[in-house]
Design a protein around this ligand. Structure first.
Ligand code: SF4
Length: 369
């Protein structure tokens, strides 16, 4: 099995942590969650470790040694060694008003700072509107975060994370407030404050605002890249999985993408596509083709069911399905010349929640050979 295949299987099945004294990892929050960062060779990926599916995974890791090195087994057979990145140093500090830094922003992968500015969403908590996969309220309920991260708090954490841990980019997402800017305003305020104290590439993520002039304002505030997440693409899947968000049509997203690419540039705008929610391989690939054509990076991620959400028992996508989708989308991205390495900041640049990056690189390697 080659490395991209092994990484894809790990993300699809998850990982059992055998005899770990501290299982750690990030739980709850917006977007993919219940993962732990794992380094295998040169790649760092987020692997599900707290999900129902991961308890049945054929993959298991032993308690790591003091350096974070652990043995990986598949069906009890030794596969190789993996590394669990250490807890970052900035986690030991607090903001000037006394909030622990780890409640403000978290380390993702090994070099990305990530936060959810507004830990509430206009759609969350109501079955008829909420996205069925989302756990944005969970970490707040468990007091592992605060509901609103103020601009100065974000700036203090960002500076410390760069100085103490060599963080290379900041991904800032938000729950959607009940205003037509759909979160763009708090993102502008956050980015401005961070850029005033530290030169760190930032990707902001929100729903498409009602007024596209917000893209200019975000760029002027200092945002380097933008994510607006479709999550699912076929109508029936969108309505079933995210009934509230599905009211924003795919064609409106496409208009927003075009306007955003005009501001941020080709390859600096991206979207999440969660594979495994019901969209067919053809639909995911066709949507990715259309997105690449207009300069948007389709970040295809395997859906991971999160505990405490309505989809917690939803099956994870089949690994062969993931391989087929990722191989095709990876080729489209490489051919379209909007690769993750060219992106200034964002999940696609980080690449830890999907093995898409390695498929993109395989296409480039074949083209060069
Ligand atoms: S891909 Fe995005 S969500 Fe996943 S670890 Fe990286 S920054 Fe975090």
């Amino acid at each position: 099995m080659n490395i991209p295949e092994l990484l894809t299987e790990l993300q699809a099945y998850g990982l059992r942590l055998e005899g770990f004294s501290d299982k750690g990892g990030r739980r709850g929050g917006a977007g993919p969650t219940d993962h732990k960062a794992v380094r295998l060779g040169q790649a760092t990926i987020m692997v599900p470790v707290h999900t129902v599916a991961s308890l049945r995974s054929p993959y298991a890791a032993e308690e790591p040694n003091i350096l974070g090195v652990s043995k990986l087994f598949k069906n009890e057979e030794f596969v190789g060694t993996i590394v669990f990145p250490k807890q970052p140093r900035f986690y030991s500090y607090a903001t000037s008003d006394g909030v622990p830094f780890w409640k403000i922003a978290q380390l993702h992968s090994h070099n990305v700072l990530a936060t959810t500015v507004l830990q509430n969403c206009v759609r969350y908590g109501d079955k008829s509107t909420s996205c069925q996969f989302c756990a944005i309220g969970e970490s707040l309920k468990q007091k592992r975060t605060i509901s609103y991260k103020r601009p100065f708090q974000l700036a203090e954490v960002a500076r410390a994370a760069v100085e103490l841990d060599g963080i290379e980019q900041f991904v800032i997402t938000t729950g959607t407030p009940p205003t037509p800017d759909r979160g763009a305003k708090v993102l502008c305020e956050s980015v401005k404050a961070i850029k005033a104290v530290v030169n760190l590439p930032i990707q902001v993520q929100c729903e498409p605002p009602a007024d596209f002039s917000w893209f200019n304002r975000l760029k002027l505030a200092g945002a380097d890249a933008l994510g607006m997440h479709l999550e699912a693409v076929e109508d029936h899947v969108r309505k079933k999985i995210m009934p509230g968000k599905a009211e924003i049509s795919v064609s409106y997203y496409m208009e927003a993408f075009k306007a955003a690419v005009a501001v941020f540039g080709r390859g600096q705008v991206s979207t999440y596509l969660l594979a495994g929610l019901g969209d067919s391989q053809e639909a995911l690939v066709q949507m990715s083709r259309e997105l690449v054509q207009i300069g948007v990076y389709p970040f295809v991620v395997p859906f991971v069911p999160v505990g405490g959400t309505p989809l917690e028992n939803h099956p994870t996508p089949d690994k062969d399905f993931m391989q087929r989708v990722l191989a095709q989308v990876g080729s489209l991205i490489a051919e379209g010349g909007i690769t993750s390495t060219e992106m200034k900041a964002g999940c696609a640049k980080c690449g830890a929640c999907s093995t898409l990056k390695s498929f993109e690189q395989m296409t480039k390697a074949v083209a060069v050979a």
